[in-house]
Design a protein around this ligand. Structure first.
Ligand code: SF4
Length: 251
């Protein structure tokens, strides 16, 4: 369900492109540089209409990473950086069958964890992090996964996006983990225009109506992964095509 960090690529067209910072006026009384026009976020009723369509299409969206408890979810998300969910699931099924708690993971040891996850990119670093975070969970949290972003972010290999995924899926918090899909869709649909994942996340916090908060990030991921793709968006089968005014739209 998660994906790699969003590339902050230079978008080819204006509607997808978040606002640029205005350049400083040139010295010496030269003609002032015109400010780039900021991309305007949608009005609340439009945001509500968009999420209403997503909800009608998929009332109970689920993440695609497999896990059996908060700990295995945390490990799966840590392993998923720059990897596909399918690839992670393939590696974690046998791993979680033998190690579904921090204590069992620690007992398994880094070498064996590395063997289980060697099909995943950056597996050496990730195996090291899985062992280190297991040790820290035991040492600081009695073997439980903490429920605050600050505590989660102190765990090895855990950044803001991972913490947001865990808080949302494991503990039902309204958080918006911004991966490459969420970043793209939020900008194309002007739900939360922003140049960085954090700007988009904070924009979503403000824009997403409370009743859609819990599932918003899943809907945006699924929409970006299967319909509003980066290169060839499937606008012909998009449930919000009539609302979308992105210049990336192809209908
Ligand atoms: S119409 Fe196309 S560009 Fe707009 S949200 Fe739908 S798939 Fe994406």
């Amino acid at each position: 369900m998660t994906a790699s960090q969003p590339p902050v690529r230079p978008a080819a067209r204006a509607a997808t492109k978040p606002a640029r910072a205005a350049a400083a006026p040139p010295p010496g009384g030269a003609k002032p540089v015109r400010k780039a026009k900021a991309v305007k976020a949608r009005r609340p009723e439009e945001v509500r209409a968009i999420f209403g369509r997503f909800q009608a299409q998929e009332p109970e969206p689920k993440g695609e990473l497999e896990s059996v408890n908060p700990f295995t979810l945390l490990v799966a998300v840590v392993l998923s950086a720059q990897a596909t969910d399918a690839g992670v699931n393939k590696a974690t099924r046998p791993l979680f069958a033998v190690a579904d708690t921090p204590a069992k993971m620690l007992a398994l040891g880094e070498d064996k964890v590395r063997d289980f996850v060697k099909s995943i990119g950056l597996f050496r670093t990730k195996a090291k992090n899985v062992i280190a975070l297991s040790a820290m969970l035991i040492e600081r949290h009695g073997g439980d996964v903490p429920r605050t972003r600050d505590e989660l972010e102190q765990l090895p290999g855990v950044g803001r996006k991972t913490a947001n995924v865990v808080l949302n899926i494991a503990f039902g918090e309204v958080t918006h983990a911004v991966d490459t899909h969420v970043f793209r869709v939020s900008n194309r649909l002007r739900l939360a225009p922003g140049r960085t994942p954090l700007a988009v996340e904070l924009g979503l916090e403000k824009a997403v109506p409370a009743e859609f908060g819990r599932h918003a990030h899943h809907w945006l991921i699924l929409h970006g992964r299967y319909t509003c793709k980066a290169i060839k968006p499937g606008c012909g089968r998009c449930v919000v095509a009539d609302i979308c005014d992105s210049t990336d739209k192809r209908v």
